[in-house]
Design a protein around this ligand. Structure first.
Ligand code: SAM
Length: 290
């Protein structure tokens, strides 16, 4: 068994999920991923308690019969920006930093051949296993690995989604080259990254943290991001859009412990992070492997 599934917090939950039956459900893919089992699962029941035990739920939301998993992020806001650009019918897709698979699940109606969802954090994998007890996806192959492991796993895809991950990589151009290596010739990358809205080729390199994230390394301007993509071997680079993160997208809910966006911004000026940098803006790009 993968060592990440043997830790004292994860193992009992993994075993509970192993013992859980698959439950045939009707699934509707909208802002919520809505799961109807016909069994009336409700707040405070056994399924609800298991979902709670799998917290923190960062990505979602999901509805299971009569209760909602209100994740920290309303992930449909990002999905809606990307939806007009999703062209994956019959293709092999990689979802890097898949978290609990919310976006991978949302891609099912687009009829891909296969989705390889990768994320190195065990708790998100367990959330995926839980949701998949209802959805029973045969297309999503979730691997508990990081993007740096894709080459060793022999992963090759027609389309890669790399959403909200690049600023967590300490060497972003090397990370983009890892993505290039995982793409078939002519394959497509859809990527978003935090950016600074500054003219010219600059990147912010916070020495300690950005919006309280100690694992945010480089936050490029749009021109710098385009330069990184070009240097890594991508062409036909197109900016799809930019979006400031609002409290309607990221906020504290009952499904996470601790803090969220309003704690990461300056309490007296929400255009700045708590460290005094410009508040988070994401830019969305698509491009092709040469
Ligand atoms: C900010 S979240 C973004 C999640 C989702 N893709 C989205 O855009 O909403 C970053 C995700 O990347 C995952 N992650 C962290 N390091 C990673 C790595 N080396 N390779 C792949 N995923 C990673 C985290 O576990 C987390 O689920």
């Amino acid at each position: 068994m993968n060592k990440k599934l043997q830790t004292k917090d994860i193992k009992p939950l993994y075993e509970r999920l192993g013992a859980m039956e698959s439950i045939a459900s009707k699934v509707t893919y909208g802002d919520f991923i809505e799961i109807e089992t016909g069994r009336g699962f409700a707040k405070n029941g056994e399924i609800y308690e298991l979902a709670k035990a799998l917290s923190p739920w960062r990505k979602g939301p999901f509805r299971i019969d009569d209760f909602e998993i209100q994740s920290e992020w309303n992930s449909y806001i990002k999905f809606d920006i990307l939806a007009p650009h999703i062209n994956i019918e019959g293709k092999t897709v990689v979802d890097i930093g898949a978290n609990n698979g919310y976006y991978s699940f949302r891609m099912e109606p687009y009829k891909p051949k296969q989705i390889i969802a990768i994320d190195p954090w065990a708790i998100f994998y367990l959330q995926f296993l839980f949701i998949n007890k209802f959805i029973n996806s045969k297309k999503i192959d979730f691997r508990l690995i990081g993007m740096e492991d894709m080459a060793d796993e022999g992963i090759k895809a027609d389309t890669v989604f790399c959403l909200g991950v690049l600023y967590h990589r300490s060497d972003p151009i090397a990370a983009l080259k890892e993505i290039k290596a995982a793409l078939n010739e002519g394959g497509e990358l859809i990527i978003d990254n935090l950016v600074i809205m500054q003219e010219g080729c600059y990147a912010l390199c916070p020495p300690a943290s950005y919006a309280k994230m100690s694992n945010a390394y480089f936050i490029p301007s749009i021109d710098t991001m385009i330069g990184w993509l070009g240097r890594a071997g991508f062409v036909d680079i197109e900016l799809i859009g930019t979006k400031k993160t609002e409290l309607s997208e990221q906020r504290k809910t009952d499904w996470i412990e601790g803090l969220s966006l309003n704690n990461f911004l300056d309490p007296n000026d929400d255009t700045k992070t708590i460290e005094g940098y410009d508040a988070p803006v994401r830019a969305y790009f698509k491009c092709k492997r040469k």
